[in-house]
Design a protein around this ligand. Structure first.
Ligand SMILES: Nc1nc2c(ncn2[C@@H]2O[C@H](COP(=O)(O)OP(=O)(O)O)[C@@H](O)[C@H]2O)c(=O)[nH]1
Ligand SMILES: [Mg+2]
Length: 377
């Protein structure tokens, strides 16, 4: 565009050049507009930006009509089974199938040939009698997100999984991680983080009202302009965390999915971790010391669920655990057991996480791993 511009403008322009989606481009253009020079040439530049914005708005409309499938193209699906579905992701030859066989007890082909695994293999991992589904996938390579070696199909399985196990080779771990996280990101799969917390609701009042302005880290005008560009003219916005154009862009992008991840380091002893986000889990693994039991515990932990045992008054607790989402209450557990219990539940007794064994707790008590719950109804 022009040469005589500020650093802020140049930064925004760099963002524009790197933007992948129309929404990201729009956000960058809005930022460029607010940093456009004030001198005469600046007006022409603003005009140029405005016409780009108008064109993108049309593109965005078209995109919406094509439904929210990022990347589009071929997909593959693996039917879910058990208490949760985990997928094994990694570059060729890193040892995924070897790990898969060790924890599932199956014997799918393992080998030095780069593409030994050519389709998803499904296995079940025993966790205290509950079954976790583990899917061994063909490898991810640079360019998978563009369709290289069935990348679109493979990544569509990853998108649909409950959580992801990423295996890296210790001697190339940073490069492995860079390639895998980039391919996942390009497919709209973000790891170990939450969607930015921005609530936008349409209102019947004209204009945009913002609650939590102190969280806005960009000029108000830029923010409001961006929302209007995105078609939001009458809206109530609630901000609860620091907000920039990047975070709003992400919050508005419905094609993104968020997954919990465990990084498994193979073929050597790791001396540091890859930068996979705060909530990522990390574990070293070695085929000569496979520790299937410990792996099963870790796989369950990645799912972010809780296992409990139910019992009837005067009887033994169930042998098989019941698996519920983390944060589930006594009432949530009852809902999974029987609707009669839900309707007539008076109270529950808990052995395990309660202050004392057999303590009476209310229906909204949050259950913990290993709790025994007795329903009284
Ligand atoms: N040294 C070593 N070799 C391994 C380990 N795990 C797997 N391998 C070898 O690495 C090669 C590729 O393994 P495979 O499980 O097929 O990898 P995949 O392509 O990721 O499924 C095979 O020759 C395995 O025997 C490990 O922990 N240590
Ligand atoms: Mg394999």
């Amino acid at each position: 565009m022009t040469t005589n511009v500020s650093i802020e403008f140049a930064n925004a322009q760099a963002k524009y050049d790197q933007a992948r989606t129309p929404t990201e481009k729009l956000a960058a253009l809005e930022e460029m507009k607010s940093h456009a020079p004030q001198h005469k040439g600046g007006e022409a530049l603003k005009g140029e930006i405005n016409s780009k914005i108008a064109k993108l708005k049309l593109e965005l409309e078209k995109d919406k009509k094509q439904a929210a499938k990022r990347g589009g193209g071929p997909t593959l699906s693996v039917k879910k089974d058990g208490v949760g579905q985990l997928v094994l992701v990694g570059l060729p030859n890193v040892g995924k199938s070897t790990f898969f066989n060790a924890v599932t007890g199956l014997s799918t082909p393992v080998g030095d040939w780069e593409f030994t695994t050519s389709k998803p293999e499904i296995g079940m991992v025993d966790f205290k009698g509950a079954k976790i589904q583990l899917v061994d996938l063909p490898p991810i390579v640079e360019g998978s997100s563009e369709g290289k070696v069935n990348g679109k199909e493979i990544l569509s399985v990853v998108r649909n999984a409950d959580a992801i196990i990423i295996m890296v080779n210790v001697s190339t771990q940073d490069e492995d991680w860079r390639i895998i996280s980039t391919e996942l990101k390009n497919s709209g799969i973000l790891l170990n983080r939450k969607k930015p917390n921005i609530k936008i609701t349409a209102t019947t009042f004209p204009g945009i009202s913002i609650t939590g302005k102190e969280f806005l880290k960009i000029p108000m005008e830029q923010f409001v302009n961006f929302l209007k560009t995105m078609g939001m003219h009458n809206a109530q916005v609630i901000l609860q965390e620091n907000t920039t154009l990047d975070t709003v862009t992400e919050a508005l992008d419905e094609t993104l999915v968020y997954k919990r991840t465990m990084i498994v380091y193979n073929k050597g002893r790791p001396t540091k971790r890859v930068d996979a986000g705060e909530s990522a889990m990390h574990i070293a693994w070695d085929v000569n010391n496979p520790r299937p039991q410990e792996m099963a515990d870790k796989l369950f932990e990645v799912l972010d669920k809780v296992y409990v045992y139910t019992k009837k008054p005067g009887q033994e607790a169930a042998k098989l655990p019941l698996v519920v989402p983390k944060g589930a209450t006594v009432l949530d557990v009852a809902t999974q057991v029987h609707k009669d219990i839900v309707q007539n539940l008076k109270y529950a007794k808990i052995w395990g996480s309660a202050k004392f064994e057999g303590q009476r707790v209310a229906k909204d008590y949050i259950v913990q791993n290993g709790d025994v719950i007795e329903f009284n109804w």
